[in-house]
Design a protein around this ligand. Sequence first.
Ligand SMILES: [Zn+2]
Length: 240
Amino acid sequence: MLKSTSLITGLALFTLSAGVADPSKNYYREADLVQPKVRDLLKSANDALNQGDINKTLAYADLILVHQEIKYSIDTTKVKDGREAEARQAALDAINGWQSSLEGQVKFKEVPRNEATVRINFVDSVREMGREVAGYAVWQRQVLDWGQGRYSAKLSGDIKIRFTTPTGQPMQPAAMVHTTAHEVGHLLGLWDSPNYGDVMGPLYLNHPVTKPSLREVNALKAARAEAVQIAGAALQVQSH
Ligand SMILES: [Zn+2]
């Protein structure tokens, strides 16, 4: 029986950038690319470790490491003009981009919508908080306390990707890849980047970014390495 849940939620809009991409304005601070809430999770994992609560430690670490496959669905039923396959392929390219950048450390599996914990929905337009945005994501990271020292981790999310630009033009496949990769990046623990060239950076419709940058991959890997270290320490305590 479920005793309690500690729930961490997030929400992010992905705005369309009207300006001109200018890499000279980029600044590089990898640590800033990771969500503050991921820092909080690492702290919770560490606290549980210090209290000797091994299973709780592992559950918090797993919210960052995501050992189990991320089960996702792609819904293109709203896509018009016979562009369903194009939209679908954009989502697959974005997911494959993350999977290969992280060298298989995170695995994704496409499943029917009712089995998915992460749902990717293509929609005609996304308006949130009074403005047109390219995409939108809400996500939840949960540690479930089942009692008797048993815990589990759960990551879930809902993603909206637009397939039409605010002026009614078809969104180019590369721009849909950028948007999907951006929203999935939020689920994996990254925050918005100010840098052109990052998938977490702004979307310029004429210059989309289709793969995570090295600094993004490194930022995520660094957070993951911390979680691995904490989980490793917990398992060592357990085996003594
Ligand atoms: Zn964002």
